[in-house]
Design a protein around this ligand. Structure first.
Ligand code: HEC
Ligand code: HEC
Length: 210
């Protein structure tokens, strides 16, 4: 009977130890004590593993240089309250495509970054690269091509919107551009909710000429 009790407690202890091992030391590597920096330590891992081979442009998350942080955050792929349950970690641990070539040290570094609060800097929306093209794809330029205010053609849109006071920096709701879009003015219905969010974000950030 005593033997059985010893055996049982032995099994229990092994159970506890292996459980502790999995939750507290998931990767058997030594990682630096200093806070992890996204731009210099985390993004390069995805670049090196060429995740952008598939994840590029509209195929999300976007793993192109400079786009990774905003994409991971906006898509809720990291969970700072439960780092190991983050969708990003689950994909990595499942050996998703090129993630199978990720080293244990790289995985540990990404997990540490999430545990530290997944800090990074979301670059401001670019008028030139992200906002201006929307006016062409939504065919605003069918009418707003010079004679009709505002001139929404490439290389003209920024100056025209500002000159006519159609955007109020940091005040999307007070901006006539947003009011017209929300009202479904002409082809404004072609503007997707993602695009609308982008224009709103650009105005909130100060309607920069960037
Ligand atoms: C060969 C193409 C390919 C490569 C390379 C690739 N992925 Fe993916 N990834 C996909 C596809 C397809 C999906 C959507 C289906 C799925 O969830 O598996 C996806 C989904 C994901 C998701 C989940 C997105 C969501 O909304 O749930 C994450 C996170 C992800 N990939 C991370 C990565 C990382 C990190 C790398 C590089 C280490 C990578 N992927 C490399 C094709 C790829
Ligand atoms: C079919 C032609 C047509 C299309 C397409 C069109 N507009 Fe207009 N837009 C007009 C006309 C005409 C006016 C002036 C009358 C008015 O204010 O409604 C105008 C006015 C505006 C104004 C107010 C200008 C001012 O000086 O007060 C904004 C802002 C605007 N349009 C944005 C857009 C955007 C953004 C798109 C694309 C999503 C777009 N328009 C598509 C015809 C068009």
């Amino acid at each position: 009977m005593k033997k059985l009790a010893t055996l049982l407690s032995g099994i229990l202890m092994i159970g506890m130890v292996s459980c502790e091992y999995q939750t507290i030391v998931p990767y058997d590597v030594v990682i630096p004590d200093t806070p992890v920096d996204f731009t210099t330590q985390i993004e390069p891992i995805f670049i090196q593993l060429n995740c952008k081979m598939c994840h590029t442009g509209s195929f999300k998350p976007n793993f192109e240089q400079g786009k990774v942080y905003a994409s991971l955050i906006n898509m809720n792929l990291v969970d700072t309250a439960h780092p190991e349950e983050s969708i990003l970690m689950e994909k990595i641990n499942a050996g998703h495509n090129t993630a199978k070539d990720m080293t244990a040290a790289q995985k540990a570094l990404i997990l540490k970054w999430i545990t530290e609060g997944a800090k990074g800097v979301i670059p401001p929306t670019s008028f030139k690269n992200e906002v201006e093209p929307i006016f062409t794809t939504a065919t605003c330029t069918g009418c707003h091509n010079g004679s009709q205010s505002p001139d929404l053609r490439v290389n003209k849109a920024y100056a025209s919107l500002i000159a006519k006071n159609l955007v109020v920096a940091k005040d999307p709701a007070g901006s006539k551009l947003i009011q017209y879009i929300n009202a479904g003015h002409n082809t404004a219905t072609k503007i997707t909710s993602d695009q609308k969010a982008l224009i709103t974000k650009w105005i909130t950030e100060g309607a920069l000429n960037n």
